[in-house]
Design a protein around this ligand. Structure first.
Ligand code: 5AD
Ligand code: SF4
Length: 471
């Protein structure tokens, strides 16, 4: 496949870093270090993008705050996947008008997937006049240049080019965590599931060069990171667009070969591209965590076809069987949409059957939300909100029972877990993760954060496990 996307040159990134330096010189003339507030909505890809925005901001001499009153720059990094998330952003963005009235010098920026939607950008242009900068994911790499323009000449900037997307290496990052790290391996999506906005706002699939990914993971491991999640909208199609094609399994092998004690996770996988080769690679690569997030969305074949998912329920179940045959204790999670246009309650019950058959450890459940510009948004959708909610509640109840039963089987087992933070629970103050990414609350001292420890599981509920350090 020929690349339709562009690679941003190192000279271009250096130019952005030069803008950062000029801004840093302006920052130094201020009586106090200027502060920025980066507010992130949505998925891990957005978290990873915010780490780049923070990286640029630090290079501009900015510190960070969570208080919008203290911030000279506010960046809202948004998610467009469902309407509810968009409403929240618009509500919070609207409220900033009062903050800006108190601090007229403040620069307010909107970015991420919502910013890339032209109807949103238009709304912000007309009705949110306190917003200074709107930029889409394709031009995130130009953030310093935008800020430089705003600092030196004011005005408003709207940059949402509609393009296939680019890859930019060498943007600095400020990571939020010192144990777990996100590493994007590819961007965009070519699948065009009929309900989904992502392909319209994130562009076409494009893979980073393997050597850039390997270098990043090696650096993270040398810095002490223990849990590395490879990110992409559809990681199973990694490499199809590279000059020297390689697939996701080959990449996993190479990352697994990096020296060090760390875990490799990845998300998201599309069932159509999850192959026996991937499952075998997961089974024999000891650093690849025994967990797979494999969204199935719906259990009925007519609905799957309407969703343009390119797999049937039987194909999905067969893949799960193949994987379970190779890794019997695999932890499986999935995404499900309830109330897709035209889905009847009988068709929805096929989704429940998949839950019973696969017995997922956890599920991410969504009520269908129409997205402007997607094919599903113009499909007839006769089912009432109440009926959709009733089905949704049946789904939650079934999954709760399954999660509780699965979690109960952990009691009495001793498992090597990674302590990754505090739990907020006085009795079990540490938060840890099993290799399958189940949350375990553990009693023990703070110094264990960032370490692998053996934990004996003593109790469980539908959400999490708890345990004691093993002798
Ligand atoms: N409505 C509801 N859920 C959606 N998702 C994606 N688009 C929509 C939508 N329009 C869900 C899918 C996807 C997850 C990230 O969000 O389940 O896998
Ligand atoms: Fe959206 Fe489907 Fe692409 Fe996932 S695979 S991002 S659901 S279009």
């Amino acid at each position: 496949m020929k690349r339709t996307t562009t690679t941003i040159s190192q000279a271009d990134i250096e130019r952005q870093m030069a803008y950062c330096q000029e801004i840093a010189a302006i920052s130094q003339t201020k009586p106090e270090q200027p502060l920025a507030f980066v507010d992130t909505y949505g998925c891990q890809q957005n978290e990873a993008d915010s780490e780049k925005i923070r990286g640029y901001l630090r290079a501009m001499g900015y510190g960070f705050t969570q208080d919008e009153e203290q911030a000279q720059i506010i960046v809202i990094n948004t998610c467009a996947i469902r309407e509810h998330a968009e409403q929240r952003v618009l509500g919070n963005l609207g409220a900033l008008v009062h903050v800006k009235r108190r601090h007229p010098e403040q620069i307010i920026c909107l970015c991420g997937c919502m910013a890339q939607e032209s109807h949103i950008a238009e709304k912000v242009k007309q009705s949110f006049r306190h917003v200074d900068l709107v930029f889409g994911p394709h031009v995130l790499w130009k953030f310093p240049e935008f800020i430089h323009t705003l600092l030196t000449s004011r005005g408003r900037i709207f940059q949402i080019p509609d393009e296939a997307g680019s890859i930019a290496e060498g943007i600095p990052v400020v990571r939020q965590d010192s144990v777990k790290a996100w590493v994007s391996i590819m961007y965009g999506c070519n699948n065009f599931c009929s309900y989904c906005i992502v392909p319209y706002v994130r562009g076409r699939e494009r893979s980073r060069e393997p050597q850039d990914i390997l270098k990043e993971v090696e650096t993270l491991v040398s810095q002490g990171y223990k849990d590395i999640t490879l990110l992409g909208q559809n990681v199973n199609s990694y490499g199809k667009d590279l000059e020297t094609p390689m697939d996701f399994s080959d990449l996993l092998e190479k990352i697994n070969a990096i020296q060090g004690d760390f875990l490799i996770r990845f998300m998201t996988s599309h069932p159509k591209d999850a192959t026996p080769k991937l499952f075998e690679t997961m089974a024999h690569c000891e650093k690849v965590a025994p967990v797979l997030h494999l969204p199935f969305q719906a259990g009925n074949d007519r609905i799957l076809k309407e969703m343009n998912r390119k797999h049937t329920r039987a194909e999905y179940l067969e893949k799960v069987q193949q994987l379970k045959a190779l890794i019997p204790d695999i932890v499986m999670t999935s995404d499900v949409i309830v109330g897709f246009p035209g889905e009847t309650t009988e068709e929805f019950e096929d989704t429940l059957k998949v839950l019973e058959e696969v017995r997922f450890d956890a599920l991410f459940t969504f009520i269908y939300s129409p997205r402007v510009g997607t094919p599903a948004a113009s499909m007839p959708d006769p089912m009432s909100r109440e009926e959709k909610l009733a089905n949704f509640n049946r789904l939650l109840a079934l999954q709760d029972t399954i999660s509780e039963e699965k979690h109960a089987t952990y009691i009495g087992k001793t498992i090597r877990c990674l302590v990754d933070g505090e739990s907020g629970d006085m009795r079990y103050p540490l938060a840890a993760r099993t290799p399958g990414n189940r949350l375990v609350r553990v009693s023990g001292p703070q110094e264990l954060i960032g370490q692998f420890v053996f934990v004996t599981i003593t109790d469980a509920n539908k959400w999490s496990l708890c345990g004691e350090l093993a002798e």
